[in-house]
Design a protein. Structure first.
Length: 80
């Protein structure tokens, strides 16, 4: 293997220089992503995840949340 392979960022910059911008986000895409993520991050800072026992379906509040919206968890089918 005598051929030198470019590092990840070298490859990315070369692709952009050649006009291939498929792996680069535009500024409006970045803004839209943060508009989606910011409320999630802020809520995570405000309210910590509830603890629940291993092997269970999760905290009781997860069932309450689903029921509030007319949904329920689907239990997996056990075969054999």
């Amino acid at each position: 293997f005598k051929t030198r392979l470019p590092e990840a960022y070298e490859r990315l910059l070369m692709d952009v220089a050649r006009g291939n911008q498929t792996l680069v986000m535009r500024s409006d895409e970045v803004e839209a992503a943060w508009a989606f993520i910011d409320p999630i991050v802020n809520e995570a800072k405000r309210r910590k995840p509830e603890k629940y026992a291993a092997g269970t379906w999760g905290p009781v509040s997860s069932f309450e949340l689903m029921a509030e919206h007319g949904h329920r968890w689907i239990e997996p089918e056990v075969h054999g």
